[in-house]
Design a protein around this ligand. Sequence first.
Ligand code: HEC
Length: 267
Amino acid sequence: MGNIFKKLGIGLVIGGVLVGIARSQEVPFDFQLLFIIIALIGALLFMLLDAPSVGTMSGGKSLVAVAVFWVLLITVCFAGASLLPQFDPEDERAKITKLLEREREKSEQGKTEKLLALAKSLDEQVKVLEERLKGVAGGAPVASAPPPGKKPAAASAGGEGDIMKVGEEQWQLQECYNCHKLRGEGGKKRGPELDNIGSLLTVEEIQMKIADPKSFMAEGYEKEWQKGIMPNKFKDLMDPKEMLALATWLGTFKNTSVNTPKPIKKS
Ligand code: HEC
């Protein structure tokens, strides 16, 4: 009996020391509790060593004894574990998510500011380019002071030339030449040659095709049409005037010696 108290005392002392260390390291209370329990379990095991030995058993009796012992042990483990403070991973995750969210918000705010600055500088670049394009398109001499001695071009005549210029410019800017051969140039990626498109489609229909590539299908290009190889983005990249100019310009291509495939109306 005295031995039991001695061992219990040692267990408590060791548990106390462990808790002391844990506290100095700011280990959470739940873990301090766990350390005491572990120390006590250790003490209990040493006490068991002093228990009087059980008489030898044999046959069915020994089997039952082993089974009872295991059931007892498992019950104690489960009961003890469920009495302890539970660690819920979902709880922890919620906490971490909250923390991360705050961080993310901070960095997103920074990103937004950067993007705003970028948008502003791009806007300025666009303005400069627009001014330059006006000059190229021939609008500038009319808008700004015309050079002395030079008559401003008549609106209609100048307008026609402008449209053709803008149309060809759009062909280059939108990089239609990447997929379409025209005047023997371009068309590295698979798309039909367009030199005779003016004989096959009206300007309006060409416009429809550019704005909505699904509207017409070039005969023999079923696969490409189905896959949507021709990008459906031009109506966002061009304003209506530019698209009209491009279609008008393309409509002048009526070279019947080139085998531009027949466009088939789809929608
Ligand atoms: C990424 C490749 C690609 C680009 C870029 C592209 N196209 Fe196409 N285009 C195709 C393909 C492939 C077809 C044939 C399949 C179809 O009708 O959709 C086609 C068909 C056409 C047709 C119908 C030809 C016919 O004979 O029926 C016209 C007109 C046309 N494109 C105009 C243009 C214009 C104008 C541009 C630039 C604004 C352009 N495409 C940009 C791939 C492209």
